[in-house]
Design a protein around this ligand. Structure first.
Ligand SMILES: Cc1cc2nc3c(=O)[nH]c(=O)nc-3n(C[C@H](O)[C@H](O)[C@H](O)COP(=O)(O)O)c2cc1C
Ligand code: SF4
Length: 512
């Protein structure tokens, strides 16, 4: 007979009190874990077992969820409670800015009880090297709903004309894939109801910080876009998945959503908190996470547009995509489309970081080149010469300076083995080594792989080790590249070999 572990009644009473007032639904497991950790400072076995008992699910299921996410701190029963956590970003832009040294300094000087840990991109690449301290969450200005409505926000729109206008504007999804927005809306609207919507604010691609910028400066415009989208496709609820690295934005959105609810502007919006996992930006992994599970990407078919969140047809969009929607409907499709370079309709928000004088989010015509964006960022940082650049964050490959006049848009860099993805331009100079950059990128993918596909799990680790240790065997790299592309479930594993391919193709094995 299998014996169930006994649960300490005191732990069960304590955990029940800590999550009191929160609905007891399985999909809220991650919210419950956050509530425990926020109040207790970490997650202890007795508390996890008690939470499992309260949910009436196996303890192992709670452990597997808690241990999947980087931001949950699993403590032994008798371990002291950490006072605070300091995260030092070690992703590509911060690596260029000296993250390794910063991490060593902070680790050496941390007082007892303060945990210092390396972290994947914290989404503030213009301030590299970025350090996040749990004791110091900045307060952003709260948005004003009345002012936004007086300027024409949250207007009613006819669903057919919305789709026609977005089609005429050629708005594409700006989370990385560039799928035509109007086509996605029409497809979801045609699925049998009830339908749902998700808003992807996970923004984990190294070098990308445009969504933070938009949510900090124009949160109602993003929520307006989401409300328009939900009404157009007939989605009855919006789930907003926000990465845990943005607690300042969480305060802004909590306020904005409460104001919308009070004003009766719907459908309802549920704010969900990520827990530190890049893979949860992949839409099907995000959906698993919203359901309270590990963020394991799903096999396709079905598309999430057919069977997504809770098995329902789901419209999912990136923050920036929705940000443009109200502006297009107010100012017209031509206003939007005409802002791009010929053949590249629309404006774009490029995140520009690395060796430029003034890193930041730059609104520029779609199809802008790296050279133009570097000029807009004040030119190269003093003493640096352009040597190479990443056109699309960690995933989009590495290109030599010779290609700085190529337009940065969807579908135009693929012949170079690169892509623009989330439009994160990371600039490298003559003082940077492309091989060290590729190694950093592969270490990122290794850390962030969800691990369910062997080619991705083992391939990212092997490539990272090869880049760290020794000679690159081009035949072995090509073999790994092929199997990762062919046999990975999601885009992480498929794109992870890109930096190594770029290195061998453009820079030679040693990569300058
Ligand atoms: C590994 C991986 C990470 C991703 N991360 C994000 C992300 O952080 N934010 C985002 O909007 N899309 C991300 N995406 C793309 C989403 O899967 C999806 O295509 C996007 O949210 C759709 O919205 P859009 O049509 O507005 O672009 C990621 C994809 C992959 C494969
Ligand atoms: S490709 Fe990698 S990240 Fe994507 S599902 Fe497979 S193991 Fe997970």
């Amino acid at each position: 007979m299998v014996r169930r572990p006994t649960v300490d009644p005191a732990a069960q009473a304590r955990v029940a009190a800590l999550i009191a007032g929160m609905p007891l639904r399985r999909d809220l497991l991650i919210e419950h874990l956050h509530a425990l950790q926020d109040q207790v400072g970490g997650l202890r076995p007795a508390d996890l077992a008690a939470l499992a008992q309260i949910h009436r699910i196996p303890t192992a299921e709670v452990f597997e969820v808690a241990s999947f996410y980087h931001h949950f701190t699993l403590l032994k029963d008798d371990a002291p409670t950490p006072i605070a956590t300091i995260r030092v970003c070690d992703s590509v832009t911060c690596m260029l800015a000296g993250a390794e040294q910063r991490l060593a300094e902070l680790t050496a000087s941390a007082p007892p009880g303060v945990r210092v840990e390396a972290a994947s991109c914290l989404g503030r690449c213009h301030q590299a090297p970025v350090v996040w301290d749990s004791r110091a969450v900045a307060a952003l200005p709260l948005p004003n709903l009345t002012a936004y409505r007086e300027a024409g926000g949250f207007a009613e729109h006819d669903p057919d004309s919305v789709i026609a206008t977005l089609k005429a504007a050629s708005l594409r999804g700006l989370g990385g894939a560039g799928f035509p927005t109007a086509r996605k809306w029409a497809f979801v609207r045609d699925q049998p109801g009830p339908r749902l919507m998700t808003l992807n604010a996970d923004e984990g691609e190294p070098g990308t910080f445009k969504d933070w910028h938009v949510l900090a400066t124009a949160p109602y415009q993003v929520l307006d876009g989401a409300v328009i989208a939900a009404r157009t496709v007939g989605a009855e609820r919006i789930y907003l998945y926000l990465r845990d690295e943005y607690p300042d934005i969480r305060l802004v959105l909590s306020h904005a959503i409460a104001e919308l609810e009070a004003a009766g502007i719907g459908p309802p919006i549920e704010l969900r908190r990520g827990a530190g996992a890049y893979i949860c930006g992949e839409e099907s992994a995000m959906i698993e996470s919203i359901e309270g599970k590990r963020g394991l990407p799903r096999q396709r078919p079905p598309l999430i547009a057919e069977a997504g969140l809770f098995g329902r047809p789901t419209l999912n969009h990136n923050v920036e995509t929705l940000y443009w929607v109200p502006a297009i409907l107010q100012r017209g499709a031509a206003w939007f489309a005409d802002q791009g370079k010929p053949g590249h309709p629309g404006p774009r928000l490029y995140s520009v970081s690395g060796r430029v004088a003034h890193p930041g989010v730059i609104q520029a015509p779609a199809g802008s080149t790296a050279a133009e964006l570097i000029a807009r960022a004040g030119g190269m940082a003093p003493g640096h010469q352009l040597a190479a650049f990443l056109p699309g964050g960690a995933s989009g490959g590495v290109l030599p300076a010779a290609h700085a006049d190529r337009p940065l848009d969807f579908g135009v860099l693929e012949d170079l083995g690169a892509f623009v993805g989330s439009h994160a331009l990371v600039v490298l100079s003559d003082q940077d080594r492309v091989r060290a950059t590729a190694r950093n990128l592969l270490q990122f993918f290794e850390r962030e792989s969800c691990g369910q596909c062997t080619p991705c799990r083992s391939g990212t680790a092997m490539l990272a080790t090869m880049l760290a240790d020794g000679p690159l065997d081009p035949a072995l790299v090509a073999d790994l590249d092929q199997v990762m592309r062919d046999a990975s479930i999601c885009g992480l594993g498929q794109a992870a070999p890109n930096p190594v391919r770029s290195l061998l193709r453009f820079f030679g094995e040693e990569g300058r």
